[in-house]
Design a binder for this molecule. Structure first.
Ligand SMILES: [Zn+2]
Length: 180
């Protein structure tokens, strides 16, 4: 029996032949990034190696939590990360790094990163609705808002009202498509 996750992974590998899934803990650069993030967020981002998934140079670096995720969770996550793979193809590594990483200094008001991430979170919302239904997608709101306004991505866009408006638009689109 094949799963949505396996099918999606196959299609990502067809679209991005060099795609690979690499445990963060096995990678020296990822451990260095984790240490740097801990410092620049004053300890606010302490879960980089254990909880956060990161696309870099066309590969997906996975945290310890990956091992415990089921296929549905991995499917939803890969839908988000595929957006970043496509953004990278579209923008190029350098430009994406510029938009994505530079605004960490200073940490606040990182508009470029906020929009890049939002494009991917729309996929998280849509994939969640597909797998678990619209009510589960709606339930993501507080968690996503928290990620934007908190230290997870370096206080990426600390305006909860704006995030909630973007979220409402994504849900309204799903409703308009007849998703229940
Ligand atoms: Zn993302």
């Amino acid at each position: 029996m094949t799963s949505r996750y396996v099918d999606l992974l196959d299609s990502i590998r067809a679209e991005f032949p060099r795609f690979a899934i690499v445990p963060k803990r096995d990678d020296g650069l990822q451990r260095a990034i984790a240490a740097a993030l801990l410092v620049v967020t004053l300890g606010g981002q302490r879960h980089y190696l254990t909880r956060y998934h990161t696309v870099l140079f066309g590969k997906l670096y996975v945290p310890d939590a990956w091992e415990r995720m089921d296929d549905d969770e991995r499917y939803i996550l890969l839908r988000h990360e595929r957006v970043h793979l496509r953004q990278r193809r579209h923008m190029g590594d350098l430009w994406m790094a510029f938009v994505y990483l530079l605004p960490i200094f200073p940490l606040f008001l990182a508009w470029g990163r906020a929009r890049i991430e939002w494009e991917a979170y729309v996929e998280t919302i849509r994939a969640t609705a597909e797998v678990h239904g619209l009510a589960s997608a709606r339930a993501l709101e507080d968690d996503i808002v928290r990620r934007y306004v908190g230290p997870d991505y370096g206080w990426m866009w600390p305006f909860p009202g704006a995030i909630r408006r973007w979220f409402a638009e994504a849900i309204a689109d799903l409703e308009a498509e007849g998703r229940t």
